[in-house]
Design a protein around this ligand. Structure first.
Ligand code: ADP
Ligand code: ARG
Length: 370
């Protein structure tokens, strides 16, 4: 099928990757084979699989190079792969399926993600009613609009189109979700820094995303929507087309999760999201497919944190992940840890939140018994 989009290289008009791009890919793969890397890319992209995938190209002109460049350039990646567009999950499925299986707790190729089920948010309790451990709680999900590639494949016009569609939808939200949208192009660097430091906004400095060509045309189409209390936030065109976030101080998970569930219910009526029949909601990163939910607490666990090695082990057993207090790839400041669910696929929304709920309660119990 001839390409109907503009190639960054002169288009060869064929349904395979441009020979120059394949040559570039081969060179980078050769170099990567000598690199030391614990990434899942390194583990699963064998020479045999590489040969099978290297000529493939999606209808959005995404090739293996667009998916693995981030991992080649950053051998310290944990995954090392981003999808260039939804079709990559199928066309390069022999690679993606392995990463997805390993990240999301043995989600096999034959497994199918369950239909959406947010359960009864009111049944969740406050994780820390006395306010002894938890500073704040945040639940986010990722969504991609149907009919577009992800960052590596988006054109300038598409960034603006996606922004417009999302802004039209979010500005119609009601009740405590009502708010305003601000484009990053209308903010000063100091204003952006302030919002990033207060955990409301994203930054442009992630080298993993940068290597994946996720920052092209910045700040075009980028911005965020927030309600008056800044307890409901929507990130536009960061890693994903949309990150929908509910957060507030303290540990009232029920209230926070309920707000997110209501927001998604309203947004579902206004926007059409990309959903894969086996992998659920699709996202640029294979860690975020399925429910797209990451539910986290900023928490102080001074006793357990004395031995970070064994805390990491306990967290893994509870299917939890530990990050620094400034987000992914940051260090913990002032003893504050970011503890969240790790897997987002193969479980319903209700089950994901329950896993985080139970895990955090167990950590608090262990901390108290030390
Ligand atoms: P995500 O992948 O969920 O967007 P990141 O690790 O990139 O998460 O973090 C994004 C921002 O959200 C960072 O500023 C981080 O500190 C903030 N954040 C994450 N969890 C919480 C929380 N429970 N309370 C307050 N801020 C949080
Ligand atoms: N690409 C990075 C890596 O492989 C991050 C993966 C998960 N994080 C994310 N923001 N999607 O280490």
């Amino acid at each position: 099928m001839p390409c109907n989009r503009k190639c960054e290289l002169e288009c060869c008009g064929k349904n395979h990757a441009h020979p120059a791009k394949v040559r570039q890919l081969e060179c980078k793969f050769k170099k990567f084979q000598f690199a030391t890397s614990d990434s899942l890319l390194k583990k699963y992209l064998t020479s045999k699989l590489f040969e099978e995938l290297k000529w493939k190209k999606t209808n959005y002109l995404m090739t293996l190079l667009d998916c693995v460049l981030t991992g080649f350039e950053n051998p310290d990646s944990s995954m090392g792969v981003y999808a260039g567009c939804p079709e990559c999950y199928d066309l390069f499925g022999d690679l993606f399926d392995e990463l997805i299986r390993e990240y999301h707790g043995d989600f096999k190729k034959s497994a199918v993600h369950p239909p959406m089920d947010w359960g009864e948010p009111g049944q969740l309790q406050d994780l820390d009613p006395e306010g002894k451990y938890i500073i704040s709680t945040r639940v986010r999900t990722a969504r991609s609009l149907k009919g577009y590639p992800f960052n590596p494949g988006l054109s300038y016009e598409e960034y603006l189109e996606i922004e417009e569609k999302i802004v039209n939808a979010v500005t119609e939200l009601t009740d405590d979700l009502k708010g305003q949208y601000v484009g990053l192009r209308d903010m000063t660097p100091d204003e952006i820094d302030l919002m990033v430091d207060s955990h409301v906004l994203y930054k442009e400095s992630d080298r993993f995303l940068n290597a994946a060509n996720a920052y092209r045309y910045w700040p075009a189409g980028r911005g965020y929507f927030y309600n008056e209390d800044k307890t409901f936030i929507v990130w536009v065109n960061e890693e994903d087309h949309m990150r929908v976030i509910s957060m507030q101080e303290g540990g009232n998970l029920g209230e926070i999760y309920d707000r997110l569930a209501k927001a998604i219910q309203q947004l579902d009526e206004k926007l059409e999201f990309e959903r894969h029949e086996r992998l659920g909601f699709l996202s640029m990163c294979p860690t975020n497919v399925g429910t797209g939910i990451r539910a986290s607490v900023h928490i102080k666990l001074p006793n357990l944190a004395e031995d970070m090695g064994s805390l990491e082990k306990i967290a893994e057993e509870l299917h939890l992940q530990i990050r620094g207090s400034g987000g992914e790839h940051t260090a913990s400041v002032g003893g504050i840890l970011d503890v969240s669910n790790k897997r987002r696929l193969g479980l319903t929304e209700r089950e994901v939140i329950q896993e985080m709920n139970d895990g955090v309660l167990e950590l608090i119990r262990l901390e108290g018994s030390k």
